[in-house]
Ligand binder design. Structure first.
Ligand SMILES: NC(=O)c1ccc[n+]([C@@H]2O[C@H](COP(=O)([O-])OP(=O)(O)OC[C@H]3O[C@@H](n4cnc5c(N)ncnc54)[C@H](O)[C@@H]3O)[C@@H](O)[C@H]2O)c1
Length: 309
C-alpha cells in the first residue's frame, strides 16, 4: 500500500515510522521544506532507539521505505491513503482538505490526525467528503498504538472500515467512534480526570505529587493492560453488575460534587506549576521526556512479549 504523510512535524514523522514499520511505502511532504529534512534526521534517531529497545530489527529497511516530496501534488500522486498532520487550526484543515480533495485520486482515503476537531467542521463542502475522516493518534503512535477512527455523518462506512483495517495491519489498535464529538473519547476521559485532579488540589485535599502517586502507584498500574470496565468486572465477586450495584450509591453521591464548567484558575495553575518545578526544574524537562520514552519502549516490549505467550 502507498501512504502519503502530509505535514512532517512531531506527529507526521511518527506516522511515517508506523507505516514504514508496517512494510508500506511512505511519501512525506511539509509546507516547510526544512521540516522534511529535519523529520528524516529525527526519524533516524527514533528508529535507532526502537532497535536498541528490541522493538524493530531492520532500521535501515524501515527508513528506506520513506521518501520526501517537494510538492503536495507529488506526495498525493498514486497513493491509497493520506494521513494529514497540519497544526490544530480549523482554517488550516479546511484549506488542506480542499486542496487534497481536488488533487488525490477519488478512491484515496483522506484521514486527519486532529486531536479534537470533528471531520464535519472541515469536509462538508467537498465533492469527495465521503472519503474523509479522522484517525486520531496518541503521541508517539509508534509506541502508543490506539487510534480513534471517527467519520463525519457523510463518511462512507466502507472508508471507515478501510481505515480501521489499515491501522490494524500496521500494528495499531483502532477504535471506532460511532458519532462525532469534540475531543473524541481519549481526550474526553483525560479531560474528566484532569478536571477532578485540578479540583482536588485546588480545594486542598491533596498536593500535586500525592495525586500523581495515586495514579502512578495505584489506578495507573492496571491501566496499561485493562480498561475501567474490565477493572470493575474483576473487582466484585460476581462481576460488573455486582460491582455497579454495590458501589452505585457511593459514585452517585460523589458525582454531585464533581460537576463544574469553570476554567482552571490562574491561581491553581501557578500552584501546580510551582510544585512541579520544585520536583523537576524546567531545564530537565527534555531529559525527563526522553526517560518517559525509554520507559514506554520497555513497556511496549513487555506487552509485545506478554501478547505472544
Ligand atoms: N503532538 C501531539 O501530541 C498530537 C497527538 C495527537 C494528534 N495531534 C494532531 O496532529 C496534528 C499535527 O500536530 P503536531 O504536533 O505534529 O504539530 P507540529 O507543529 O509538530 O507539525 C505541524 C507541521 O505542519 C507544517 N505546516 C504548518 N502549516 C502548514 C501549511 N499551511 N501547509 C503545509 N504544512 C504546514 C509545519 O511546518 C509542521 O512541520 C494536529 O492536528 C494535532 O492536534 C498531535
Amino acid at each position: 500500500m502507498k501512504i502519503a504523510v502530509v505535514g512532517s512535524g512531531l506527529i507526521g514523522q511518527a506516522w511515517a515510522i508506523v507505516f514504514a514499520r508496517g512494510g508500506h511505502e511512505v511519501k512525506m511532504w511539509d509546507g516547510d521544506p526544512k521540516a522534511v529534512a529535519l523529520a528524516f534526521t529525527l526519524i533516524e534517531k527514533q528508529v535507532a532507539d526502537l532497535e536498541a529497545a528490541g522493538l524493530i530489527t531492520d532500521p535501515k529497511g524501515l527508513v528506506s521505505r520513506i521518501s520526501g516530496c517537494t510538492t503536495l501534488e507529488e506526495v498525493l500522486q498514486d497513493v491509497d491513503y493520506v494521513q494529514e498532520n497540519l497544526p490544530e487550526r480549523v482554517e488550516m484543515k479546511l484549506e488542506i482538505f480542499a486542496k487534497m480533495d481536488k488533487l488525490a485520486a477519488p478512491t484515496t482515503v483522506l484521514a486527519s490526525s486532529t486531536s479534537s476537531i470533528p471531520a464535519s467542521s472541515f469536509t462538508e463542502g467537498l465533492a469527495g467528503r465521503s472519503r474523509c475522516l479522522i484517525a486520531h493518534p496518541v503521541n508517539p503512535p509508534y509506541l502508543i498504538p490506539v487510534v480513534e477512527i471517527c467519520g463525519a455523518p457523510w463518511t462512507d462506512a466502507a472508508i471507515v472500515q478501510k481505515t480501521w483495517d489499515v491501522m490494524q495491519s500496521v500494528g495499531q489498535k483502532p477504535v471506532k467512534i460511532h458519532r462525532e464529538l469534540r475531543g473524541f473519547i481519549l481526550n474526553r476521559l483525560q479531560g474528566a480526570l484532569l478536571r477532578e485532579a485540578f479540583r482536588l488540589v485546588e480545594q486542598g485535599y491533596v498536593d500535586a505529587d500525592g495525586l500523581d502517586v495515586t495514579i502512578r502507584e495505584g489506578l495507573g498500574l492496571r491501566w496499561s493492560f485493562m480498561g475501567p470496565f474490565e477493572t470493575i468486572d474483576l473487582n466484585a465477586p460476581d462481576g460488573l453488575a455486582d460491582y455497579a450495584h454495590r458501589f452505585d450509591e457511593m459514585y452517585q453521591a460523589m458525582s454531585t460534587e464533581q460537576t463544574s464548567t469553570d476554567h482552571w484558575s490562574e491561581e491553581i495553575i501557578a500552584k501546580l506549576e510551582a510544585e512541579r518545578r520544585a520536583i523537576l526544574p524546567k531545564d530537565q524537562l527534555m531529559a525527563r521526556r526522553l526517560w518517559r520514552d525509554r520507559r514506554l519502549m520497555a513497556l511496549a516490549a513487555h506487552k509485545k512479549a506478554a501478547e505472544s505467550t
